[in-house]
Write a protein that binds this ligand. Sequence first.
Ligand SMILES: Cc1cc2nc3c(=O)[nH]c(=O)nc-3n(C[C@H](O)[C@H](O)[C@H](O)COP(=O)(O)OP(=O)(O)OC[C@H]3O[C@@H](n4cnc5c(N)ncnc54)[C@H](O)[C@@H]3O)c2cc1C
Length: 638
Amino acid sequence: MKLGVVWFKRDLRVFDHAPLVEAVRHREVLPLYVYEPELIRAPDYSVQHLNFVNECLTDLDQALSARGSPLVVQFGEITHVLKRVLDTYGPFALYSHEETGNAISYARDKRVAEWCRVHGIAWQEFPSNGVVRRLASRDDWAAIWMERMRQPALAAPDFIGAPKTPLLPAGLLRPSSLGMQGTDKPLRQPGGRKLASQQVRQFFSKHLHEYRYAMSSPLTAADACSRLSPHLAYGVLSIRELMHKVWKTRSEFLAMPEPVRPKDALAGLKSFESRLHWHCHFIQKLESEPEIEECNVHRGFDGLREPHFNREHFERWCAGETGFPLIDACMKMLAQTGWINFRMRALLVSFSSYQLWNHWREPALHLAREFLDYEPGIHYPQIQMQSGVTGINTLRIYNPVKQAQDQDPEGVFVKRWVPALQNVPVAYIFEPWTMPEGLQQSTGVLLGEHYPMPIVDHLEAARHARDTLWGMRKDPSVRAEAKQVFNKHGSRNPLREGRPRKTASTKKHVVASNDLLSEVIAATEARTSDTDIDTSTDTGSSNSNNNSNNNSEIRTETRTDIISEIGNDISDDSGNTRTPRKRSRAKAPASPSAVPGTAPASPPSATPTSDSTSAPKPTPPAPPAPDTPPPQLSLGFD
Ligand SMILES: Cc1cc2nc3c(=O)[nH]c(=O)nc-3n(C[C@H](O)[C@H](O)[C@H](O)COP(=O)(O)OP(=O)(O)OC[C@H]3O[C@@H](n4cnc5c(N)ncnc54)[C@H](O)[C@@H]3O)c2cc1C
């Protein structure tokens, strides 16, 4: 076959791109990107996404043109576009990455498969990352993930032959010409491989040491986190490229003499590595059960909130007008930048689900449009976890006042994003509704006029949520289904989450994972030297309890901080963030700039091992030895 067509979707790069490498065996290669009207008009898509994609396409086109075959951009239903290609060039072979997208792309892929079958076109799909299509058992997943990561990332082809005939019309389209409503976000991250590579370099060289300590507060997270999420969501970078970067960096650190070895950076590297693993761990859930884009992971929670949906509360939550300063500031920042850190995302969803008692689906769509890094496979499982409807995770109901006190103690973040509160003294910034009338007059901040009164009694609402859910989780049928959920989606691998193994000194706190809802036995923590208590236990190690560290922050906090934690979670997808003890309070001012950079970390020794569950585990392949740089290729950011 003379022509190979490479269909680019959410894989906008030439490095580590298996379909492209395979297609260059053909004499002519047509690199194709298609604006698909169905996806563009979907309720989870927004102007910022399209503009970001266009920036990525510009870089992609440069990279492809430099190799001989420029990018061809088309608009239309994909099978119509493929028909156009067929009519222009005759039979071809089609190459692409597998996509774990939304219901629309899922249905679209089925149509493409059928079209190819009818027209005799061979369509070869390649895994995108560590997500496994038609995964037989979750028990096998971590080993497969590691096996894939260990493979060398693929070099970009040197030369790509172009077809002789052009395919017209072609070219980038603006949101307005595609009929999209809305505006772009003024402070969002720009897209493209060049900037992504720059961001990788910056994070690895400047921010690893502070990553774990600064990721929880919205004041510091924008600078300290890697900010690689949109680049990963659109495949400008591959997870494998980053894993190799992590391993190489770790080798370099470990080669340093002990006294000068950057220990915090090593620990940061490990936390970052865990998150790269979670990235795929979460997407695997949607891949294995596409229905969870719309249905509760645990169907026993169906009907819980749906009839109570309060549209006015929802709209005020979207607009950042709830009367809770931290919630409102987060929403305002999101509206301007398209990004907020993990803990604040969890807080926003917790508030919507518990204090406002709104079902998660519409809030999820709003956040999908707001998050530049919207990745359906991470988004829906996270939203559901933070809403308490998975049945396998600890329920964490955050107190929006206490979170503000902890994460923004001087109110700097709140005042930056909610200027109406500028003159409110710190003593009242977390609960402005408690300001005496005289103070309201003298500061010029009249509650109900310049800033809203709180839309709910948050403590009372949280109590109601806790009692309702606690009651449900005790129901035997809910418990029985939770076990099935765990079998399908729960992580079997605590180590890869960067959690220290239990040691003899760690008091048992473990619920056997096949005894899913048994009571937690004891809970004293024995801190190992760990570090990676840090952040998100949102990954999936089984049993929130099996790592005492996970819960450390909660236990040390009062019940008004996280109002309620209903436990015995089974899986480890507990989904909460923890700040390492070392520096638990936010200090640095938040930067409103959209693209500060930092980087990730991971231990080459973090071989995913399955944890507690019963099934026989495949032997995980050995990761590269710490002092052996993995096979390398020329990556854009090396
Ligand atoms: C309700 C909710 C919705 C979310 N929706 C998305 C989403 O649509 N897209 C998305 O990329 N992330 C999502 N996350 C996860 C997380 O908040 C973001 O990945 C992170 O904030 C992105 O910033 P970063 O790149 O600086 O992250 P870093 O902390 O630097 O992490 C590096 C990378 O690891 C991955 N990662 C980090 N945290 C997680 C996590 N908890 N679960 C899975 N992968 C993770 C991301 O790819 C991220 O880019 C969501 C979290 C919550 C609580």
